[in-house]
Design a protein around this ligand. Structure first.
Ligand SMILES: [Ca+2]
Length: 202
């Protein structure tokens, strides 16, 4: 007869090891598959700041890196690491707002599982989320290799169009002002031209 305790431990061992590794911080690194995908899709070089708090990634002792965290930040990191399912309100100190929004949306488990297919990520993000409010959705910026938290970065044509749309009242006002100014100048020119043609004493 099998020992039920031994059978249980044998089945649970891989999961226990997985949990220990996560809590111990072993997977605390940037996932290069996603960075490679962004660079391949966009043709641009990007650093870790697309998703992480520090442009050099989570490992190290600089601000936003593992070695610099205080007790409260460590607690938030642990919570984020165990947010396996979507919908957990994570605030990992080693991720920026966009990185945290990814984990909230897809969950840590799916994020790790998708590493072999990083191209699947943009379609899973909320298509109307635009964290930097530049008119270009985060998912589009991910594919374009522009920063989802920097309103100064984005496809230049989309930025131009969105800025024109956002400032349409100002643009129309400027066009009308220039039109009225030209109309006034033309009238002024006609007035003086008419006086010259009339000549003195006429
Ligand atoms: Ca944006």
């Amino acid at each position: 007869m099998r020992d039920p305790v031994r059978t249980f431990l044998r089945g649970a061992a891989p999961w226990m090891l997985f949990a220990v590794l996560i809590l111990a911080g072993v997977p605390a690194r940037a996932y290069s598959e996603y960075r490679s995908f962004i660079e391949k899709a966009s043709g641009r070089n990007v650093d870790c700041s697309i998703c992480h708090a520090n442009p050099e990634g989570p490992e190290g002792v600089k601000p936003g890196q593992i070695g610099s965290l205080n007790a409260e930040e460590q607690a938030r990191l642990t919570q984020a690491r165990t947010a396996f399912q979507p919908g957990v309100d994570v605030h990992s100190p080693i991720l920026n707002d966009f990185g945290n929004s990814i984990i909230r949306t897809v969950g840590k488990q799916k994020f790790l599982a998708m590493r072999q297919h990083p191209e699947s990520l943009p379609a899973l993000l909320p298509q109307d989320s635009d964290l930097d409010d530049d008119g270009i959705p985060d998912a589009r910026e991910l594919v374009d290799g522009t920063h989802p938290l920097d309103a100064g970065q984005g496809n230049p044509w989309l930025l131009l169009w969105n800025n024109l749309a956002k400032n349409s009242v100002l643009v129309v006002s400027a066009v009308l002002a220039v039109g009225f100014m030209l109309f006034g100048l033309l009238n002024l020119r006609s007035f003086f031209s008419g006086r010259e043609n009339a000549g003195p004493g006429k």
